[in-house]
Design a protein. Structure first.
Length: 280
C-alpha cells in the first residue's frame, strides 16, 4: 500500500496481466466416452448381482448352483489378479489365500445369524431398503479405483469407497435373510461379497494391464447383461439400455458441449501459490 491511494486502488495496467481459461482442460469426446465405460461396466455388474438375487429368491438357482458359481468367480478372479500383477511372489499368493480362508470361514460362522436377522421386518421394507442401499452404493462408488488395495498400487481406498462397500454388504445381508436356509445365506452372501469387494479389484487390474482389454471385457459384460435382463423382463432391458446409452454417450456429449461456456479468469488478484514444499 502506498500513501495517498485508496485501499482498492488499481492503475491502468492492472488488467493487462489478466489471463482467461488458462487452466481449462480441453476434453476429447472419444476419450471421455472411453472413460465412462467404467461406470457402465459397474452398472452391469450390479444388475447381474440383482439378477442372481432374483433367481435365488424364486428358487430358480439352487444351493449347489450358487456354490459352483462362487467357486468359478473366486478362481477366475484370483487367476486374473495373479496374471496381471507386475510381480508375482509366493508371499503374495499366501497372503491372498490366507485372507480368503479367513473371509470364507468367518462368513460361514455368521450365516445362521444373517438367516434370522430380519425375521421381524416385513418383506416390503426389506425390498425398499435394499433398493435404497444399492442406489446409495452406486452414487458413492469409486469408479476410478477399487474397493481394496491392488497389488503394487500406492493408493488406498477412500472413505467414500468404504461407505459404498458397506451399503452393498448391508443390502446383501438383507436379501440373504429372506432365503430358506443358512446354506443359501452363506452362498448368496459369498457371491455378493465376491462381486462387490473383488470385482472392482479385478477390473482395475485388467484396466491397468491393458486398456483395450478392459474395453473388450466391458462390452462383453454389457452384452451378456442385456441378454439376461431381456429374458427376465423387457421393460427392465429397455431401462438398462437407456441408462447405458445415457451414461456412455449422452453424458460425455453434454460435458464436451458445455465446455465452451466455461470462463475462468486469472490475474494479479489471485492468491499466491507456493512453488516449493513447505515441509522442506
Amino acid at each position: 500500500m502506498q500513501p495517498g491511494f485508496e485501499d482498492n486502488h488499481t492503475d491502468d495496467s492492472f488488467l493487462e496481466a489478466m489471463v482467461t481459461n488458462a487452466n481449462v482442460v480441453h476434453r476429447d469426446l472419444s476419450k471421455v466416452m472411453q472413460d465412462s465405460v467404467s461406470i457402465s461396466q459397474y452398472l452391469c455388474i450390479v444388475a447381474l448381482v440383482v439378477l442372481v438375487w432374483s433367481y435365488t429368491l424364486s428358487s430358480t438357482i439352487n444351493y449347489n448352483s450358487l456354490m459352483l458359481l462362487d467357486l468359478l468367480l473366486l478362481g477366475l478372479g484370483f487367476l486374473i489378479v495373479i496374471l496381471t500383477a507386475e510381480i508375482v511372489s509366493i508371499n503374495l499368493l499366501l497372503h491372498y489365500l490366507l485372507n480368503i480362508t479367513y473371509f470364507i470361514t468367518g462368513l460361514y460362522a455368521l450365516s445362521p445369524i444373517y438367516h434370522t436377522l430380519t425375521r421381524s421386518i416385513s418383506s416390503d421394507s426389506i425390498w425398499a431398503l435394499t433398493a435404497l442401499l444399492l442406489v446409495l452404493h452406486l452414487f458413492l462408488h469409486d469408479y476410478t479405483g477399487c474397493t481394496v488395495k491392488a497389488p503394487g498400487s500406492p493408493k488406498n481406498p477412500t472413505l467414500r469407497s468404504n461407505i459404498s462397500l458397506n451399503t452393498s454388504i448391508i443390502a446383501s445381508v438383507l436379501i440373504a435373510s429372506r432365503l430358506p436356509s443358512r446354506h443359501h445365506v452363506f452362498a448368496i452372501v459369498l457371491f455378493s461379497l465376491q462381486v462387490f469387494l473383488f470385482a472392482p479389484l479385478v477390473m482395475y487390474c485388467i484396466k491397468r494391464y491393458s486398456f483395450r482389454l478392459h474395453l473388450w471385457v466391458s462390452v462383453g459384460l454389457m452384452v451378456v447383461t442385456g441378454i439376461l435382463i431381456h429374458r427376465l423382463n423387457r421393460f427392465l432391458f429397455v431401462l438398462l439400455l437407456g441408462l447405458l446409452i445415457f451414461v456412455t454417450v449422452v453424458c460425455p456429449y453434454l460435458l464436451i458441449r458445455i465446455q465452451k461456456y466455461k470462463f475462468e479468469i486469472n490475474g494479479p488478484w489471485d492468491e499466491a501459490k507456493l512453488c516449493f514444499d513447505i515441509t522442506d
